[in-house]
Write a protein that binds this ligand. Structure first.
Ligand SMILES: Nc1ncnc2c1ncn2[C@@H]1O[C@H](COP(=O)(O)OP(=O)(O)O)[C@@H](O)[C@H]1O
Ligand SMILES: CC(=O)N[C@@H](CCC(=O)OP(=O)(O)O)C(=O)O
Length: 257
C-alpha cells in the first residue's frame, strides 16, 4: 500500500495562506499519510524576541538549554498544535507527536567533531510498530523536529532528516513516497529564476550540481536526505511546491539514484 510522507518547511509554515494551501492539499491525499514539519524560521524569530542568539552550522542549529526550551515551545507547541487544529478542521484525523510521544523517534546526542551542537540528536530508531498502528487506524501523525533519548532528554533534530528516517523505517511495510515541500517549485538551476526548475536529478547530475555550486545552503542536507532515502528503499522522492501535492502533472524535481 502507498504511504505519503510530506515534509513542510519553515518558510511555508510562516505564511498563513501558504500553510492553508499546503494543509488543504495534504488533507486531500488519499490513503495513509504522515506530515512532518519544520519551523526553523519561527524559532529564530522567537529567540530574537527573547534575546537569545541563534547560531547555525552546516544548516543545523547549535542548541543550548535556552534554545532547546524555545524550539520545544515553538515546534512541539505552537506550530504542531496549530497544524493539528487546522487539519482537524479539514476532516483529517491528525495526531501531533514529538519523538518522545509514544516513543516515536529516538536519538543520541550528535557527536562532537568540529562543533558541539549541544542538544541536537541523530536518529537511532523510529518506532515502526507505533506508526503502523496509527496509520492502520486512519490516524494521521503530525511530527515535529524533536526527538528524545529515552532517558528524559529531548533533542532538536532536522525536520528533513526526521521525514527521510520515517520514510526509510516504513519502506518495508509500505510503498513509501517522500515529498519535500518548500516555497520554490523545485530545485532551481538559478536561484534568481523561479522557473528554472531542474525536473530530474540523479546521482550523476547531483554531483555535477554540487561542483557548479547550484546546490548550496539548506539544499545540500535536503538532497543528501533524498538520496539516502532512495538508497534505503524509499520508492519515490520529490522536491517541489505545495501545488505538487495531489497533482502529478505539476512541475517538480524528481530524484532518482
Ligand atoms: N538550487 C536551489 N534551488 C532551490 N532553492 C535553493 C537552491 N540553492 C539554495 N536554495 C535555498 O534553499 C532553501 C531551502 O532550504 P531550507 O530553508 O533548508 O528548506 P525548508 O524551507 O524546506 O526548511 C530555499 O529557500 C533557497 O533559498
Ligand atoms: C538541528 C536543527 O537544525 N533542527 C532544525 C529543526 C527545524 C527544521 O528543520 O525546520 P525547517 O525545516 O523549517 O528548516 C532547526 O532548529 O532549525
Amino acid at each position: 500500500m502507498k504511504l505519503s510522507i510530506v515534509k513542510i518547511g519553515g518558510n511555508l509554515i510562516e505564511k498563513e495562506t501558504a500553510l492553508e494551501q499546503v494543509l488543504e492539499n495534504f488533507s486531500k491525499i488519499e490513503g495513509p499519510k504522515i506530515l512532518v514539519h519544520g519551523g526553523g524560521k519561527m524559532a529564530t524569530q522567537m529567540a530574537e524576541k527573547l534575546g537569545v542568539e541563534t547560531k547555525m552550522v552546516d544548516g543545523r542549529r547549535i542548541t543550548d538549554q535556552e534554545t532547546l526550551n524555545i524550539i520545544t515551545m515553538v515546534y512541539g507547541g505552537l506550530v504542531n498544535k496549530t497544524i493539528v487544529a487546522k487539519l482537524q478542521a479539514k476532516n483529517c484525523n491528525a495526531l501531533g507527536l514529538s519523538g518522545a510521544d509514544l516513543n516515536s523517534i529516538k536519538s543520541v546526542k550528535r557527536p562532537v567533531k568540529t562543533h558541539d551542537f549541544g542538544f541536537v540528536g541523530d536518529i537511532t530508531n523510529v518506532n515502526t510498530n507505533m506508526f503502523s498502528l496509527l496509520l492502520n487506524n486512519t490516524i494521521t501523525p503530525v511530527c515535529c523536529a524533536i526527538s528524545h533519548d529515552g532517558d528524559g532528554q529531548l533533542f532538536n533534530t532536522n525536520a528533513d532528516t526526521i521525514a527521510s528516517e520515517i520514510a526509510i523505517a516504513l519502506a518495508n511495510e509500505f510503498e513509501a513516497e517522500l515529498y519535500y515541500c518548500f516555497e520554490k517549485k523545485g530545485v532551481l538551476r538559478s536561484i534568481e529564476d523561479e522557473d528554472s526548475v531542474i525536473t530530474d536529478i540523479n546521482t550523476e547530475i547531483y554531483q555535477a550540481l554540487i561542483k557548479e555550486n547550484i546546490i548550496a545552503d539548506g539544499m545540500l542536507p535536503k538532497l543528501h536526505n533524498c538520496f539516502h532515502a532512495l538508497e534505503k528503499n524509499v520508492h519515490k522522492v520529490y522536491i517541489g511546491s505545495v501545488d505538487m501535492l495531489g497533482n502529478e502533472k505539476e512541475i517538480r524535481t524528481t530524484i532518482t539514484l
